[in-house]
Design a protein around this ligand. Structure first.
Ligand code: ATP
Ligand code: MG
Length: 557
């Protein structure tokens, strides 16, 4: 499969690239540094792919660096499995982070020092109000907050209390460290935001060293500055936090002054892009796991058959703007369809087999027919398809009676077996219940590669040999949710889970693929002629290949 990295270099411009080009032109930075900062609390999803393509794409385009940093300030929800999967997904998408993987937790010492410095400058204090009281004091969008009675604690008292917090002498919830900014600010995130809280839990990176953990809004600017990040790109929900980001950069002694820029989140219809909701789907058993092919996770899309190039292309098509929007799932599907149409080898797979006996072929007849691997790309060569006396066609490709519009096999008429001969259906065999079990045919030996004279053939159908084939299970998927916006629920009290499509997985356990697919490895992708695009699943065994349907041949569901 071709999978060039080149398209990102020519990616269309956007407002962030324009800012960077201006910064470079004005000599503001010698080298551009970005970062992708996931919290390891779930698998990455298609929305993250947008952020990854943006951050790594910019580093590539301007010969800068993009770092991978785990924003691991909330150890209660974080796991090593997520740390591993995130690295795997970023690499698979085709990007390389600069240097080692970084962890915000790697800066906990410095972040702590910054907090102590702020206390010494009179810019932070230990709060002893309860969480409920703090909420009450914070005010609302319309009403200003009011100062806490603990706001004017002395520097010495604050230092001593913060030290106690650090040493585990203060219970969770009994105290937090707050920045002393402005309780009357119209921007609520500036109303003395929390910088540190007590959490007496084990951290996957720092073990039991800390029982206080810095908040995201405090950690993030410091981590960016320590890593020399020049442009800290995040999604729009952080826009209101930008003044706090700048406040931290201004008041802590840091080696650099990164700037934050916000862009719109990617939302896709008929699915959810929130790690929390995706975790609900996994934990609730609604899907088989984070990499279930119905999941909009990168791991799920990969298993479904998406290529890295198709996801990068999709992100490029979506673009980077400041307006929130919902992208149609069809756009994602068209990105992979275009890729596979160009690159996937063709194969025959009969999804619902119906036996067809070619009576004028002798028992044991085996004739190797040639078929192109890709009809538009001769360089890929040909594959051999064995023709035998008994073959299988798809049940949907045969009718006892039909009008002229049915371009497949009908009793007493002719159809071509693709890359083979024209056959005529002469007789139908049925079981006691009246189900068709077999179709008896004859073939015209004079029709290989040419049409019969004076007769009309209805169409061309795919087929596989009954004796030389590969048994398969084919899994077809439809949307995971019945609602374009899964959060739109029918009644109050229901959640997005009420919109799950109960029929999103259809298994065809008795499919048969052509012999050349024997031993195909997981993630190999094919176009099954007339059916769609399919990828080998990791559930495959030596006895049976398992395929996931990636996408249909044409747009439309
Ligand atoms: P989620 O709500 O799914 O947990 P998050 O924003 O909390 O998402 P993070 O791990 O914090 O997830 O995200 C890492 C980076 O990816 C952040 O810079 C974030 O802004 C970006 N990101 C997350 N979701 C999207 C999305 N839907 N579209 C674009 N960027 C996203
Ligand atoms: Mg988050």
């Amino acid at each position: 499969m071709t999978d060039q990295n080149s398209e990102t270099k020519t990616a269309p411009t956007n407002f962030i690239r324009q800012i960077i080009e201006k910064d470079l032109a004005q000599g503001r930075h010698a080298r551009i540094v970005t970062r992708f900062p996931p919290e390891p609390n779930g698998y990455l999803h298609i929305g993250h792919a947008k952020s990854i393509c943006l951050n790594f794409g910019i580093a590539e385009a301007y010969q800068g660096d993009c770092q991978l940093r785990f924003d691991d300030t909330n150890p209660a929800k974080e796991e090593d499995e997520y740390i591993q999967s995130i690295q795997r997904d970023v690499s698979w998408l085709g990007f390389e982070w600069a240097g080692d993987v970084r962890y915000a937790s790697g800066y906990f010492d410095t972040i702590y020092d910054c907090a102590v410095e702020l206390i010494k400058k009179g810019l932070a204090y230990v709060e002893s109000l309860t969480a409920d009281e703090m909420r009450e004091y914070r005010g609302t969008l319309k009403a200003p907050g009011k100062p806490s009675p603990y706001r004017e604690r002395s520097v010495e008292e604050n230092l001593a209390l913060f030290e106690q917090m650090k040493n585990g002498d203060i219970d969770e919830g009994a105290a937090v460290l707050r920045a002393k900014i402005d309780m009357a600010s119209p921007n609520i995130s500036l109303r003395d935001p929390t910088l540190y809280r007590v959490r007496k839990i084990h951290h996957h990176q720092t073990g039991d060293k800390w029982c206080i953990y810095p908040m995201y809004d405090f950690t993030h600017p410091i981590s960016d500055a320590l890593e020399g990040v020049t442009h800290s790109l995040c999604t729009l929900e952080f826009e209101a936090h930008r003044p706090l980001y700048d406040w931290v950069i201004e008041h802590c002694a840091l080696p650099a002054a990164p700037r934050q820029y916000e862009f719109a989140r990617l939302n896709l219809n008929y699915t959810v892009t929130s790690k929390r909701k995706l975790k609900d789907l996994v934990d609730g058993g609604y899907v088989g796991g984070w990499d279930d092919p119905r999941m909009p996770t990168i791991a799920g899309l990969r298993r479904r058959g998406y290529t890295p190039a198709s996801l990068r292309k999709f992100c490029e098509m979506v673009g980077v703007a400041r307006a929130d929007s919902v992208v149609d799932m069809g756009m994602l599907e068209s990105a992979i369809r275009d890729d596979l149409n160009q690159n996937a080898p063709r194969a025959f797979c009969v999804l619902r087999p119906l036996k067809l006996v070619i009576e004028n072929l002798p028992d044991g007849h085996e004739e190797m027919l040639d078929a192109p691997v890709h009809p538009q790309n001769e360089a890929l060569g040909t594959r051999k398809i064995p023709l035998t006396r008994e073959v299988f066609i798809d049940r949907e490709d045969f009718l006892e009676e039909a009008n002229k519009k049915f371009k497949r096999l009908v009793l007493d008429s002719e159809v071509r077996l693709r890359y083979g001969y024209v056959i005529r259906a002469n007789e139908v065999i049925k079981d006691a219940a009246g189900n068709i079990t077999e179709v008896r045919c004859t073939y015209d030996p004079d029709t290989l590669g040419k049409n019969p004279e004076g007769r009309k053939v209805r169409g061309v159908i795919h087929w596989v040999s009954a004796t030389r084939n590969v048994p398969c299970e084919v899994r077809r998927y439809s949307r995971l949710f019945n609602e374009a916006n899964p959060d739109k629920v029918a009644e109050e009290g229901l959640t997005f889970l009420s919109n799950i499509n109960p029929d999103s997985l259809e298994s065809l356990p008795a499919a048969l693929a052509e012999e050349s697919l024997l031993g195909a490895l997981p993630e190999t992708r094919y176009q099954f002629e007339r059916e769609g695009y399919f990828a080998v699943d990791r559930d495959s065994t030596t006895e049976k290949l398992v395929f996931n349907m990636t996408v249909g041949l044409k747009e439309g569901f």
